[in-house]
Design a protein around this ligand. Sequence first.
Ligand code: AHG
Ligand code: MN
Ligand code: MN
Ligand code: MN
Length: 324
Amino acid sequence: MKRLDQVLAADGVPAELELVINDVIVACKDIAFKLRQGELAGILGATEDENVQGETQKMLDVISNDLLKDILIDNPYVKAIGSEEEDYTVASTTPGKYLVTFDPLDGSSNIDVNLSVGTIFSILEAPEDDRAADDQSIFLQNGRKQVAAGYVLYGPSALLVMSTGNGVNIFTLDTTVGEFILTKSGVQIPEDTAEFAINMSNQRFWEPEMKQYIDDCLQGEEGPLGKRYNMRWVASMVAEVHRILMRGGIFMYPYDNRDPSKAGKLRLMYEGNPMSMLVEQAGGASSTGRMDIMDVAPQGIHDRVPVVLGSKNEVAKVVAYHAK
Ligand code: AHG
Ligand code: MN
Ligand code: MN
Ligand code: MN
């Protein structure tokens, strides 16, 4: 039974990075505990505030964000943090080597109905130049530069799924001792799948290429894809990606013509990049439909990105539809 620190040491993760990862995990354990207490902890329901994404914040969006922010800004190895729930980069008082971005609570529409939610995180090295911690441009690096990425899924068990560039490991929270214990390593996503996840109610906003792919899926064995497809939609990206890591599948939150950026709902630095690193590290693929997500050059910390990720051969099919 290996603990997280033993796995990180075996992977040769630098001590400073391990201390940053540890702080993320401490906050996530606290979030897991609060979620377990639920209504008893007075954490459910919405606030009257809106975040920078234009979403009404749930109480737990704010609580989770504060837990992560408070611990990370005091970490001497963290230069700055970026969060889905913050409109600016919060700088620590130290010169720190790492930048941490996070989605403190993913799938927050699921909280009040007691379904799975998660926390997603991504760690980059701060550029070695004289830009200050409050200069958001230090974050504008593509996803290939991530030194660690992961999520904690708060489901029937609390699971930590992470990569430091050496495959994907899964840890289960042992609530009797409050430690994440390695329960699976070398996760591999099956290359083929007949299970897709997309919010079908947005179909009229998609590009013709995506409409065509889904139309063809729905035709089953008789259609050009020649397979009978199944569909899932949890409305929590962490839960969808976890299902894909466990049994394959394809998840899409595509281009959408409602938003001025047309990029759909998901955020590149809090959702797209960390999930892409995990999926690629597990042998899957991750694309906007036209290019690998981790090659997208961010223009701003809150950029959105169309997402198509999961089983390699199925993602390749969607990319081929976009190339037609
Ligand atoms: P968040 O709760 O962090 O804002 O993210 C929600 C995201 C993602 O988890 C999920 O895939 C998607 O939004 C659900 O979107 P719909 O509301 O369209 O179902
Ligand atoms: Mn949100
Ligand atoms: Mn999210
Ligand atoms: Mn969120």
